[in-house]
Design a binder for this molecule. Sequence first.
Ligand code: SIN
Length: 296
Amino acid sequence: MGAMKAHPTGAALGAEIRGVDLSRPLDSATVARLNELWLEHEVIYFRNQTLTPAQHIGFSEGFGDVEVHVRTECCRADYPQIFVVSNIIENGKPIGAGDAGTRWHFDGCCTEKPSRGSLLYAKIVPVQDGVALGDTMFSSMTRAYDALPAGMKQRLHGMKAVNSYVKGYYRPINATKRPELTPEQMKKVPELEVPIVRRHPFTGKSCLYVNDTFTARIADVSETERNELLDYLFQHVSRPEFIYRHNWREGDLLAWDNCSTQHCAIADYPPLHRLMERTTIMGAASVSVSMVACAA
Ligand code: SIN
């Protein structure tokens, strides 16, 4: 392998990193450089990787502790830190979440310390007539914030939204029936107030922090204002100029930042099979202290 190098996608965010074999242990200088590149580009990806679950987890741990998803029934039995995203059914039972992420969202945005990032490894990519299906779109929330009119930035300053895992859980786009959340799961995901403009815990940049999946309402405003504002913001964050669309190849490992980006999976492939495995890095910073002081 040659020297490690970042190749920006040319879109609003994202870079391919070449010259790294993630199945080998990486020295701390390389991990630190990858962390910088990840913060800079918001999404980074590596092609042609061959990873065991332990190597996937080991690489992820270079960026923080790896969490176990609240949907434990969708996690690997042998490696519960790996959340399986797949529409494959084995012995009458789904092997993972078949309908995950088909609306815009941040992973782990319903916990007091929201997730730092996620790392998705492509094991089976559906292909039809030579074209890979099941792309994932990523939208830059730093770009989306920067592009807001000054008056809107002022208006959002200090505003809070309420995130609800339960709201997001019950509205997958393809209406697959999900199992009822158990009382134990419900206890782990109470509603949470978050700043609409969140300061990135590492870069300090302002990020728009509302999403169509989990944002249930805006705190302390009338219903009319809430609906008008959320309609505007949901439409704004998905504008094409903020988006990088990743066309997967088997062996891709892609890492996204869960504060500076949100993502949306495109379910255009059933009945073809898709199998992805995800690790999710715990956040270190509490969301309640990440309000942006002056959003203008
Ligand atoms: C997710 O939201 O974690 C799933 C993304 C994907 O399947 O592309």
